[in-house]
Design a protein around this ligand. Structure first.
Ligand SMILES: NC(=O)c1ccc[n+]([C@@H]2O[C@H](COP(=O)([O-])OP(=O)(O)OC[C@H]3O[C@@H](n4cnc5c(N)ncnc54)[C@H](OP(=O)(O)O)[C@@H]3O)[C@@H](O)[C@H]2O)c1
Length: 233
């Protein structure tokens, strides 16, 4: 039995990862969302797959909600094999341009995209350490690559994900025995990625899961793309 916990699973890439995982008979999935009662797609999967899927509440901007998640997760599984920090926000280009950016926008996005995943990792590391071959995957973006940054704007989102990348390196050093990576899912047709994106959620989730399946401890501290290629920091 392989036990997964994935955040932000009610739509987009997270929902598709859950759907693909549940097709594997040995997978048990804890899927978080902000409002389980109104997460219709997750509830439909729950009706289909029963107790192999548990839907749990998580508001990632709220430390108390993260703490509560750890307690609830421990009621359902003795251990976790894979934690996927997927939930995140982006904001309109206009409010994160050099002229539009404010303290409030920077702090809001950093809180959800960087502080949240770090506290989720902190809260769940005990369960991860009890799992065999544990993996912690922080969903990042190619836009977080400092080396590839040749354009302006998008200050809040790109900084929050570059900080998540740095957090990934710290976690990889602190959590010996857990394989910790940052993973870009590609440019994907979701509410965040928009209709003009390159990949479907199916293609992205397939690639993301292929990368996660193939991880070994030697990959810890790495920054990968959905197609398995490495990204420069
Ligand atoms: N789509 C792309 O092209 C692309 C490219 C690179 C990286 N990514 C990354 O891939 C991941 C998934 O993106 P996506 O495209 O699937 O985005 P999405 O469709 O916008 O979904 C985002 C998910 O995060 C959840 N979320 C947002 N704020 C939250 C909060 N404060 N607490 C808890 N959950 C919260 C959302 O829940 P609600 O429904 O409640 O808002 C939703 O489930 C993100 O980390 C994103 O940065 C996406």
């Amino acid at each position: 039995m392989t036990r997964y916990l994935i955040t932000g699973a009610n739509r987009g890439i997270g929902l598709e990862i859950v759907a693909q995982l549940l097709k594997r008979p040995d997978a048990t999935v804890l899927a978080t969302c902000r409002d389980p009662l109104n997460a219709d797609d997750l509830q439909a999967l729950n009706a289909q797959y029963g107790e192999r899927l548990t839907v749990l509440p998580l508001e990632q901007a709220d430390a108390q909600s993260i703490h509560a998640l750890a307690g609830r997760a421990a009621e359902h599984v003795e251990a976790l094999n894979v934690l996927i920090n997927n939930a995140a926000i982006n904001v309109d280009d206009s409010v994160q341009s050099l002229t539009g950016i404010t303290q409030e926008t920077m702090l809001e996005v950093l809180n959800v995209n960087t502080v949240g995943p770090l506290l989720v990792a902190q809260a769940l590391v005990g369960l991860l350490r009890k799992g065999q071959n544990p993996k912690l995957v922080n969903i990042s973006t190619q836009m977080a690559s400092i080396e590839q940054r040749t354009y302006g704007g998008s200050y809040a989102y790109t900084a929050s994900k570059a900080a998540l990348n740095m957090t990934t390196r710290g976690l990889a050093a602190d959590l010996r025995g857990v394989t910790v990576i940052a993973l870009d899912p590609g440019w994907v047709k979701t509410r965040m990625g928009g209709k003009g994106a390159q990949l479907t959620t199916e293609e992205s989730a397939l690639g993301v899961l292929r990368v996660i399946d193939g991880l070994t401890p030697a990959d810890s501290g790495g920054y990968f793309r959905w197609n398995g290629k490495r990204l420069p920091w």
